[in-house]
Design a protein around this ligand. Structure first.
Ligand code: HEC
Ligand code: HEC
Length: 500
């Protein structure tokens, strides 16, 4: 914890996602665009098809502008943001991959130079030289994907690197190849979808029909690569990661389901508009196909990021920058002594460095609503049992006393009235609320880590009362029941109705 915490009132997940999403869209576009342009140009020159060459000239403007301006700006933007959000993880990436980054930047500069030459070369270069420059543009762009892919996949599946610390072990990690081909498929698909969009504005003609078909083939070819490589990718991720993700987190499941629907819809629309009614390809239809493509890609990236929790680098560093290898030190000496730059408020410092990377108090993934109407002892138990909650959170590695300091810090800011007053509830409805706040995050009835069978088989008012009285002794991470008498009575009433 050598860095201060950048504490401004925004959800860091959302901030990161918004810039990263723009960057990955744009960069994959630029790569696919490079390949599309040279292949299509070669074919057009062979057939001396001037109409097609004109269209390509138009397209190359977009691909060049996009890769140069947007690609570069958002790429630098990502570094800027991750450096602020997680300086610890950024430091690990820079130290391990200095030469990787240097190679990537060389590729990127080559890509930019070649793309500018390509764009301006339409007028002045011979066809042959122009195509050569086009290939240089594409190969450099794909080369930068190759390099960056080794670094991004490393974060989810560092593989042997954890033991060896060897650059190549981290780079050619278990998900390197599947993701490289998957992303190449994405590049090809997006190039096809974007070109369809441009083409949809041309007036209906035989030229349009043949080009729509050509572009639909690009889209479908991309999909044809994406589907099996996605399957491959999912199966080379260690099963402990995928199993935990599916069990503990709602996000990856939602993203995966959405991405299957997207693939189906894109394929269907491409077949219909590409081969059955190409003449009728309207701007709106092309836009819908394009948005579905981006939506698929967005869901893929979201899923990829979400299954990495609770880590930022699997088995090496947690999302809140706690290094796994230091956990025993923290447990003994406390976490506070490791935080170099302090605000003067210990509870706040611990909160910032343990929870704030992922939660705000009342904005994005807010903690206040989760703790309104509870008490310090309960919040402390949740800090200590964080890894048992649904959501796949990192464990808290500090001492119990430090957990208490975090609880004090949070408690100061929550609504301290009891649940009945805050929500205006009583009886069974109050009981349901008590369950939601005090139990449901670790035991969903009929869902995650369900305990209703142990709790409810043959349950009576007395037996439930006894269980709640000794709740704190049932398991190390299980909080004692610290609600008031009215809440306890209501919870029992509610549980008895669940039983029926
Ligand atoms: C690496 C990210 C991460 C860190 C660090 C983290 N959490 Fe979480 N937390 C999550 C996620 C993800 C969820 C699931 C909520 C969701 O899916 O929106 C969650 C859920 C929760 C919930 C349940 C919220 C609800 O409304 O159901 C509580 C309470 C909570 N966290 C407390 C904490 C505390 C206290 C800390 C610090 C000791 C902490 N978390 C650190 C990611 C994190
Ligand atoms: C911080 C997470 C957490 C919260 C909150 C929590 N529990 Fe638990 N509970 C656990 C853990 C951990 C275990 C034991 C290991 C396991 O199976 O996960 C457990 C076990 C149980 C068991 C089974 C005991 C046995 O012997 O099989 C019951 C019943 C139970 N909890 C009820 C509740 C009730 C009721 C509440 C709300 C008042 C609650 N728990 C709140 C974490 C929690």
């Amino acid at each position: 914890m050598n860095y201060p915490f950048w504490n401004v009132d925004i959800g860091y997940g959302v901030l990161m996602a918004s810039i990263a999403v723009i960057h990955v869209f744009v960069s994959h576009f630029a790569i696919g665009g490079g390949l599309y342009l040279v292949v299509a140009e070669t074919l057009a020159r062979r057939n001396q098809d001037d109409e097609k060459l004109n269209l390509l000239k138009k397209l190359s403007k977009f691909f060049v502008l996009v890769s140069v301006v947007f690609g570069a700006l958002t790429g630098v933007g990502i570094w800027f943001i991750i450096g602020l959000l997680n300086p610890g993880a950024t430091e690990v990436l820079i130290h391990n991959y200095v030469w990787g980054w240097a190679t990537e930047w060389t590729m990127f500069i080559t890509e930019i130079a070649a793309s500018i030459l390509y764009y301006y070369g339409w007028k002045h270069m011979s066809g042959r030289n122009h195509i050569i420059i086009g290939w240089i543009y594409f190969i450099a762009a794909w080369g930068s994907l190759f390099v960056i892919n080794g670094i991004i996949t490393f974060m989810l599946t560092p593989g042997e690197w954890i033991q060896t610390g060897n650059f190549w072990d981290g780079f050619f990690n278990p998900t390197f190849w599947s993701t490289l081909w998957l992303r190449t498929g994405v590049c090809i698909m997006l190039a096809g979808l974007y070109s369809l969009l441009v083409l949809s504005r041309e007036k209906a003609s035989d030229f349009k029909v043949s080009m729509v078909r050509f572009n639909a083939i690009w889209g479908l070819a991309g999909l044809l690569i994406i589907v099996p490589t996605m399957y491959w990718y999912w199966h080379v991720i260690p099963q402990t990661i995928t199993d935990t993700a599916l069990k503990m987190m709602p996000t990856p499941i939602k993203s995966l389901t959405a991405s299957f629907w997207n693939v189906g819809a894109i394929a269907l629309l491409l077949i219909v508009f590409g081969f059955i009614i190409p003449r009728r390809l309207h701007f709106i239809a092309a836009l819908v196909i394009m948005l579905l493509g981006l939506s698929w890609f967005g869901h893929f990236e979201w899923m990829r990021e979400s299954i990495r929790k609770p880590y930022v680098i699997t088995d090496y560093m947690y999302g809140n920058a706690v290094e796994v290898s230091k956990k025993d030190v923290y447990k003994k000496q406390g976490y506070l002594s490791e935080i170099k730059i302090r605000t003067g408020d210990d509870g706040k410092d611990l909160f910032l460095h343990s929870c704030r990377t992922c939660h705000t108090l009342d904005g994005y993934k807010p903690l206040k609503p989760a703790f309104n109407g509870t008490d310090k002892a309960f919040i402390k138990s949740i800090v200590l049992g964080a890894h048992k909650l649904k959501g796949n959170m990192p464990p808290f590695w500090g001492t119990k006393k430090e957990a208490g300091l975090i609880a004090d810090h949070i408690y100061k800011q929550v609504d301290q009235r009891d649940l009945a007053t805050i929500y205006g509830l009583s009886g069974q409805a109050l009981g349901a609320k008590v369950y939601e706040v005090r139990c449901n995050r670790c035991h969903e009835i009929g869902g995650y880590n369900d305990k209703s069978e142990a709790l409810l088989t043959g349950a009576t008012e007395e037996s439930l009362g006894m269980i709640l009285d000794m709740a704190g002794e049932l398991a190390p991470e299980m909080p004692a029941f610290t609600g008031n008498a009215q809440e306890k009575k209501a919870l029992i009433e509610y549980l008895l109705t669940v039983k029926e």
